[in-house]
Design a protein around this ligand. Structure first.
Ligand code: NAD
Length: 265
């Protein structure tokens, strides 16, 4: 056994969607530091490009920034085509891109929640993952290897406790919760479907990250966790490294929960 090798992702080709966001930026930094070749894919190309330039210089590795809309099949086909052109294979896909409505829509009661809001969340958080898995999965199946990591939330496991939100506008919507819950069984289905192909599929369900929310909200949220605080934005990188490396070689169809103990009591 060689522990360093188990966690080794150097030279792996990793597609990361939502790479320009709060957590995507952290995963990109961590995986680049570990020597992976990353495709930074996001709706916001400018942010991805800036990040790619910075990481390329810092870690001296090959990084490909790509504009991606996960709701658009053609955009995903292009992502796959460009990745293969540049790196000839895809070892890992991290489905991290997600959409939450703006604060105004999030305050809306269920009875008034619009079909438009519902559809916009479903199309990114669920249909987007479906499309990315389908297109990238075709390549992984041919290669006879691949790892897919879906990013979920504790709100896919338990209901959002409406009491902690008040008028903060940070409420988590029914659409968001529905997509994150559905991703768990989507993950299991695919893991089962691809059981003999060399493709592993897992999901990481995360708790809330502290990110300049108002003090009262942070306090109320923290009280719900066993560790008494929200996550720091870098605290999920270790799990991503585990789930995208051979260290998790006996894992498929699993839901890994990291939430400071929120769902455990
Ligand atoms: N931040 C948290 O507290 C938290 C908690 C639990 C789970 N999560 C999950 O972690 C993941 C990342 O969250 P985050 O906080 O970094 O979110 P974020 O909003 O900061 O980043 C999301 C990224 O996805 C991109 N995106 C949105 N729509 C897209 C589309 N159609 N095509 C391609 N890219 C698109 C956005 O441009 C953005 O860069 C999400 O799946 C989220 O549900 C986050």
């Amino acid at each position: 056994m060689n522990v360093k090798k188990l966690f080794d992702v150097s030279n792996k080709v990793i597609i990361l969607t939502g790479a320009g966001g709060l957590l995507g930026t952290q995963y990109a930094e961590g995986l680049c530091q570990a020597g992976a070749n990353i495709v930074l894919a996001d709706l916001d190309f400018v942010r991805c490009k800036k990040q790619a330039d910075r990481l390329r210089t810092k870690y001296n590795i090959d990084i490909l920034p790509i504009k991606l809309d996960v709701t658009d099949k053609e955009s995903i086909t292009n992502l796959v085509k460009e990745t293969i052109k540049r790196f000839s294979r895809i070892d890992v896909l991290i489905n991290n891109a997600a959409f939450q409505e703006g604060q105004k829509e999030r305050k809306v009661e269920f009875e008034e929640f619009t079909l438009e809001s519902w559809n916009s969340v479903i199309s990114v958080n669920m249909t987007g993952v479906f499309l990315c898995c389908q297109e990238v999965g075709k390549i992984m199946k041919k290669q006879k290897h691949g790892i897919i990591l879906n990013i979920g939330s504790i709100y896919g496991l338990v209901a959002a406790d409406q009491r902690i939100y008040g008028k903060s506008g940070l409420n988590s919507s029914i659409a968001y919760a529905s997509t994150k819950a559905s991703l768990i069984n989507f993950t299991r289905y695919l893991a089962s479907h691809w059981r003999n192909t060399g493709i592993r599929v897992n999901i990481l369900s995360l708790g809330g990250v502290e990110n300049n929310q108002n003090h009262e909200f942070i306090k109320r949220y923290s009280d719900k966790t066993m560790l008494g605080r929200m996550a720091k934005k870098e605290e999920y990188v270790g799990a991503v490294l585990f789930l995208t490396s051979d260290a998790s070689s006996y894992m498929t169809g699993a839901n890994v929960i990291i939430d400071g103990g929120w769902t455990a009591w």
